[in-house]
Design a binder for this molecule. Structure first.
Ligand code: SAH
Ligand code: DHB
Ligand code: MG
Length: 219
């Protein structure tokens, strides 16, 4: 797909409404220097997440999938004084880079990174909820399991956002054998009949590959 115009429009939006400060730029620089795969959200997506967290007046945020902490920093900046963000990351190198970035951003008291596979660390969060906002952005095959954990850790009004649920349109293929595609298809299909939430998928076009985010609110 020729996405030049979409990328230009995204850059226009980001330049106006999602400028990156030194801490966000530092996060991308340290991530690249460490050789982390650049899978972070875009600036406009970061601002979108921040705006949604503000909309629900989030005081407790949970993120699944930290990478270098780029989305984490956008989200943590939506928190009021005394707010808390817990982010889950399996890869020790990502965790190390992210911790450095949180310190650089002066958010080390606000953000707590828990290292380990999310399916192992999520059960340990029981009793630490409810979270007001959850961002799911780790490995795709267990997305439905992550969503179930998010629901268990939620209250009515909690917003749950899941990245990468359209995958360049590959989700349209019902016989896809791509395990990432199958993982998000499984979540998307489950949402269709889940009466516990009101959910929609926002398609995302811009500087990243054509994709989409689930936006769900717990009833
Ligand atoms: N949210 C980040 C990008 C996350 S990329 C941002 O937008 O800036 C996905 C991350 O999930 C990677 O860092 C990867 O190491 C991590 N991950 C993959 N499998 C995981 C698992 N089982 N548990 C926790 N994290 C995992
Ligand atoms: C992939 C993961 C992401 O979180 C993302 O935003 C883009 C791509 C991936 O695993 O392919
Ligand atoms: Mg993502």
């Amino acid at each position: 797909m020729d996405n030049t115009l979409f990328a230009q429009v995204d850059n226009y939006i980001a330049h106006l409404l999602a400028p990156e400060d030194a801490a966000l730029l530092h996060t991308l620089e340290t991530s690249e220097a460490a050789g982390l795969i650049p899978m972070n959200v875009s600036p406009s997506q970061g601002k979108f997440l921040q705006t949604m967290a503000l909309a629900v007046q989030a005081k407790k945020i949970l993120e699944i999938g930290t990478l270098g902490g780029y989305s984490t920093i956008w989200l943590a900046r939506a928190l009021p004084a005394g707010g808390k963000l817990i982010t889950l990351e399996a890869d020790p190198q990502c965790a190390q880079v992210a911790r450095g970035n949180f310190a650089f951003a002066n958010l080390q008291e606000v953000i707590e990174l828990r290292e380990g596979k999310a399916l192992d660390t999520l059960p340990q969060l029981a009793g630490e909820g409810p979270f007001d906002f959850v961002f799911i952005d780790a490995d795709k095959p267990p997305y439905l399991e992550y969503f179930e954990f998010a629901l268990q850790l939620s209250r009515p009004g909690t917003m749950i956002i899941c990245d990468n649920v359209i995958r360049g349109g590959l989700v349209l293929d019902p016989s896809s054998e791509d395990e990432k595609v199958r993982g998000v298809q499984r979540l998307n299909a489950a949402l269709a009949t889940d009466t516990r939430v009101s959910a929609i998928i926002l398609p995302n076009v811009g500087v990243k590959e054509f994709d989409g985010m689930v936006v769900a609110v717990v009833k």
